[in-house]
Design a protein around this ligand. Structure first.
Ligand code: SF4
Length: 208
């Protein structure tokens, strides 16, 4: 009997986790804390010598963009502009993203020490403040909720950027400048300079 090579496994359904995560934030912002897993797991995988296994196999967002672009045919499927692929843009965007992350942590600290009050807003593209007060945060201390608002803002913002680049260019064009992808790429390069097999096949071909 021949084995069905197209048989799906749980790894093919990671996109459901990404969609569920985004949806949960609409009901209760505190679920945003779960996003720390998306932040730490790729780094742990790379640091423990598994290169870009997260990008290649487990990233729900990458799969989600792939499905939207290829299965739902939402992508224009054009090549991404050269400047978005350039090192200066990718490292510049990573630096900007991490700076915004630190600012978000500082804002959380200001709420923690009582300097600022809790701001129940989600900030999109680091600019547009969307009121998000319907989620009940009264069961936690304000800084815990503030972190959730800040982190969810980052996750939603990066999803929007991912979807916009998916619509305009190839489905996984976001992967070209995704900060997590850039960081795991840097770690992989540093750890396995001599090993050419550590690149992310899904992310570096940009052909999906
Ligand atoms: S580059 Fe980013 S979005 Fe793409 S697969 Fe890797 S972690 Fe996921």
């Amino acid at each position: 009997m021949t084995k069905n090579k197209n048989k799906k496994t749980f790894k093919d359904y990671m996109w459901i986790l990404s969609v569920t995560y985004l949806a949960l934030g609409f009901f209760n912002i505190l679920f945003a804390w779960l996003g720390l897993l998306c932040f730490s797991i790729p780094l742990i995988i790379s640091l423990t010598g598994h290169g870009k296994a997260y990008c290649n196999t487990y990233c729900g967002r990458g799969q989600m963009l792939d499905l939207m672009g290829n299965k739902l045919k939402l992508s224009k499927n054009r090549d991404i502009p050269k400047f978005l692929r350039s090192k200066w843009f990718r490292y510049g965007f990573l630096t900007f993203f991490m700076t915004m992350f630190v600012v978000m942590l500082f804002n959380t600290y200001l709420v923690f020490n009582g300097t600022n009050g809790l701001k129940e807003v989600v900030k999109l593209i680091w600019t547009f403040k969307v009121p998000w007060a319907w989620t009940n945060t009264s069961m936690v201390t304000p800084w815990v909720a503030q972190f959730a608002f800040g982190f969810y803002s980052m996750m939603l913002t990066s999803t929007i950027l991912g979807i916009v680049t998916m619509l305009l260019y190839k489905p996984r064009s976001w992967c070209v400048y995704c900060p997590m992808g850039t960081m795991t790429q840097l770690i992989s390069k540093a750890k396995y300079k001599a090993n050419s097999n550590t690149s992310c096949s899904s992310c570096n071909s940009y052909s999906n």
